[in-house]
Design a protein. Structure first.
Length: 610
């Protein structure tokens, strides 16, 4: 086997044991890596109904066959588990030096189960795998803990960590690395905390096994060159994802005041142009020549690395229109290990609940100090923070009194930063995302706006969502490479089958990659259905109620909203095109076509398949 190392590291924290396990050629070819590996392992090994915060849950760190090779943007890693935020499949993708190091340590993935008796960290140094004491790290924020670990294990190592929010099992806790990269929005940090696992430190120095190393090197060099001459390269280097603030404001899709509106009066004060005047340096992931992390100094003179989602969810969506203040909230999230999207949404939800006098909290729109206080309280799960740190769905269930009407989430995961009052295609993308309301799988909003969002609910929107889910949620999450060269600069997708073949020796086509995406999607859906046995309902694929029931009151889209029947029709188109029945469950024939016969037989124990 080339391309893959062919080895997983199994870590049982309860027993304090590690063991390396080979995986089969068939597993590698059928599920490829990253998300594909993660969902297959969870499906095969996790007992349905497992409490996500119990020792039995599995926490998976998975790379893919392209990770770590010197080809564009190959420094990413998938972190996956059964989610304590949603109760379904959860994952995230972060760029970190831990990724190439893991591969160079001769591994493709780490599967953690059990719970350590005391705070611990996992050290991987080539073939040495040790569970070590983390007593002095527990309680530290992620920056301090990473600095201490790097001091001990060397700057060449990579680290994946949790902050206090993961330790306290805030359900919106994520996994962080390098003071500004984060992944695992559906509470992967809480799962890590539940296992008493503060960090993974990884250092590998082996050569990666490519089938055709010379060819791969040549393709990689050409790929890096091509990126440098793309039309949008210079602008991307200046603004990265932050250019989206201005674009969303113009399109009236900039989440404002808990997604009540799509325009924010202070948008120019928090956009990419304002950031450019404040940028002091840039940071990024390994193996990337288009790095996009722009760093500014926040209100405390500390460094904060900005991205579109972070700035909007902690800016316009909570009414804060000062980029330094937003920077402070963003940096606090990274230190505390809170997902910025979840945290911003939970703060906005609390502000609205306080405004409606549903909770007794002294916080109002634009209240920077109040937001800081709530962030800390959510991370330490104290006071009202213990309610809001559970995520907006669970907080609304606790508060009741109609609070669910303004909890901006799907399946329990908070919406990322795109207002969908007049974007049914993007709403479908949130509705059918395999982890809850994340844009990562199908960011169709730009296409939707450019092709006419007033032709509301045409079937081509379902086609587009599926096309993007195949590319982004299937191919990029399994090869495990950053999708930004393609989506932001127009880097050709044809590169990827070439990379894959040179790395693994397995000939493939883009069509086969799309089939891989469909297989992964069907299996993730099967995972959800098995977990929600008897309770699964197509309405779980609906976007938040607010977009249907509360039209916009400002901007050129004033009066616009989504329509339920039309949305439901679009959802049905989506199911039909995917070969799923009208409950949103893959049919027997679809499972067979995707070579998931065994998985279909297992699913039939829980639900009758059409
Ligand atoms: C991702 C989500 C995003 S998506 C952002 S900003 W984005 C937020 N970033 C957070 C952060 O920062 N700190 C924090 N404490 N919480 C955060 N939560 C939010 O998490 C990220 C980039 C970005 S920036 C995006 S879109 C792309 N995402 C990719 C992806 O998902 N897959 C892939 N193959 N390539 C991608 N490339 C881009 O990577 P989640 P990163 Mg992130 C600080 O993980 O859980 O998927 O949520 O990884 O290394 O920070 O790079 O406008
Ligand atoms: Fe990381 Fe940005 Fe480069 Fe993608 S483009 S690999 S997110 S630095």
């Amino acid at each position: 086997m080339k391309g893959w190392n062919g080895r997983l590291l199994r870590v049982d924290l309860t027993k304090g044991k590690t063991v390396v396990q080979d995986f089969s050629d068939e597993f590698a070819r059928k599920f490829v890596g990253g998300r594909g590996f993660a969902v297959k392992l969870l499906w095969d090994e996790l007992k349905p109904g497992t409490d996500p915060l119990s020792p039995e849950n599995m926490l998976i760190f998975a790379t893919g066959p392209l990770t770590g090779f010197v080809i564009p943007n190959s420094g990413k890693m998938v972190v996956a588990s059964k989610s304590p935020l949603t109760g379904g499949y959860g994952d995230g993708n972060l760029g970190t030096h831990a990724s190439p190091n893991l591969r160079k340590a001769g591994l493709d993935a780490v599967v953690v189960t059990g719970k350590a008796q005391k705070p611990s960290y996992l050290l991987i140094e080539n073939d040495t795998h040790e569970i070590r004491d983390a007593a002095d790290l527990w309680g530290l924020d992620s920056y301090k803990a990473e600095a201490a670990l790097k001091m001990e294990h060397g700057a060449a190592s990579g680290a994946l960590l949790i902050g206090p929010s993961g330790e306290n099992m805030a359900r919106i806790a994520t996994v962080v690395s390098q003071e500004g990269r984060a992944g695992g929005r559906p509470g992967m940090g809480a799962v890590m905390g539940s296992k008493n696992l503060k960090a993974l430190v990884i250092h590998g120095t082996k050569e990666l096994p490519a089938q055709e190393p010379g060819k791969l090197k040549g393709l990689g060099q050409k790929g890096f060159q091509d990126i440098l001459v793309k039309d949008n390269y210079k602008f991307w280097k200046r603004q990265g994802t932050m250019a989206t603030v201005e674009w969303c404001q113009e399109a009236n899709t900039l989440p404002t005041w808990n997604f009540k509106e799509g325009v924010f009066d202070c948008a120019p004060d928090i956009d990419g142009n304002t950031m450019e005047e404040m940028t002091i340096k840039q940071r990024g992931c390994p193996n990337c020549n288009m790095i996009c992390g722009n760093v500014i100094k926040d209100t405390e003179g500390r460094e904060s690395e900005l991205d579109y989602e972070n700035v909007v969810m902690l800016g316009s969506n909570i009414g804060v229109g000062d980029l330094k203040q937003v920077g402070t909230l963003n940096r606090m999230c990274d230190e505390l290990g809170l997902d910025t999207i979840g945290a911003g949404s939970c703060i906005a939800f609390a502000m609205e609940a306080a405004e409606k006098k549903l909770i007794d909290l002294d916080i109002s729109w634009g209240d920077f100090e109040g937001a800081k206080g709530l962030l800390e309280d959510m991370a330490y799960m104290r006071g009202l923070g213990a309610t809001h740190g559970m995520g907006t769905k669970k907080a609304a269930d606790k508060i009741r009194k109609g609070a669910a009407d303004f909890a901006m989430q799907v399946k329990g995961l908070e919406c990322s930063a795109y207002d969908c009052h007049l974007c049914p295609g993007m709403a479908l993308s949130f509705g059918t995302s395999p982890i809850g309301a994340h844009h990562k799988d199908a960011w169709v909003i730009s296409w939707e706006i450019s092709t006419g969002r007033r032709e509301h609910y045409d079937a081509d929107k379902a086609d587009k969502v599926i096309e993007f889910q195949r590319i982004r949620g299937g191919m990029f999450e399994s090869l495990v490479a950053c999708r930004f060269p393609w989506i932001e600069l127009g880097y050709e997708l044809d590169y990827y089958p070439g990379y894959f073949e040179a790395a693994t020796g397995v000939k493939t086509t883009l069509d086969e990659m799309w089939a891989l995406g469909d297989r992964i999607y069907a299996l993730i859906r099967a995972f959800w259905v098995r977990e929600f046995e008897g309770k699964w309902d197509r309405r779980m694929d609906y976007p938040p109620k607010r977009w249907f029931d509360e039209p916009l009151t400002k901007g050129v889209l004033k009066g616009e909203r989504l329509y339920r029947d039309e949305y439901d029709g679009l959802l049905q188109e989506y199911y039909d095109k995917r070969g799923w029945d009208n409950r949103g469950i893959p049919t027997k024939a679809t499972m067979k076509k995707l070579k998931l016969e065994q998985e279909a037989a297992e699913l039939e124990k829980y639900v009758k398949l059409s």
